[in-house]
Design a protein around this ligand. Structure first.
Ligand SMILES: [Zn+2]
Length: 184
């Protein structure tokens, strides 16, 4: 059962790759039959020794440390990217974040492409202070229906896992930033 969930998650991540929206790095390993499985990890450069650390996304909020020198790895400017949220990982990631912003989008949506760079910029800016994530509503209908996403882009703001505000449409970066700052 657990295996099924994980494989579904990997598939969704794989579908994401052609979008080039995210700067996440994915681990590759081949299984029987030559199937490529990709995992939800991101690379963080150690500020002390410079070694590249591969960190599972779900551990970003747990104070990750460098594997070589044990220096705390900060998820801060220039090395934080929006997290790919799915039906499978949404509750654990958003639920464990103090503040979370979720960009609900789809590849065919023009205004979503306009707001994409803003979301990436905010991810770098807020680093570990807030979880900045993207949810493909076509591929993740469970979460999309739960929050009744009828128009995209829709931005969902969560405080301690509870929905606290919604912005429909491509809101200006300054408005989104101000909302996030007010929630920290
Ligand atoms: Zn290090």
């Amino acid at each position: 059962m657990q295996q099924d969930v994980e494989e579904k998650e990997f598939l969704l991540v794989k579908l994401w790759l052609p979008c080039h929206f995210l700067d996440l790095s994915f681990g590759l390993k081949s299984e029987k039959g030559g199937i490529i499985i990709m995992s939800d990890t991101t690379i963080i450069n150690c500020p002390s020794c410079g070694v590249k650390n591969r960190v599972p996304i779900h551990k970003l909020s747990m104070g990750p440390r460098c594997g070589r020198c044990k220096t705390p790895l900060s998820v801060s400017a220039n090395n934080a990217s929006p997290v790919v949220l799915t039906d499978a990982n949404f509750d654990s990631l958003v639920g464990s974040a103090n503040v979370a912003l979720v960009d609900c989008w789809a590849p065919w949506c023009g205004p979503c492409k306009m707001i994409g760079p803003v979301i990436e910029e905010l991810a770098g800016e807020f680093g570990s202070r807030a979880l900045i994530g993207k949810l493909n509503v076509d591929e993740n209908p469970v979460v999309a229906q739960r929050y009744q996403i009828r128009s995209i882009p829709t931005l969902l703001f969560f405080k301690n896992g509870n929905l606290s505000d919604t912005m429909v449409g491509a809101a200006p970066a300054q408005q989104i930033r101000a909302k996030l700052l007010s929630m920290l």
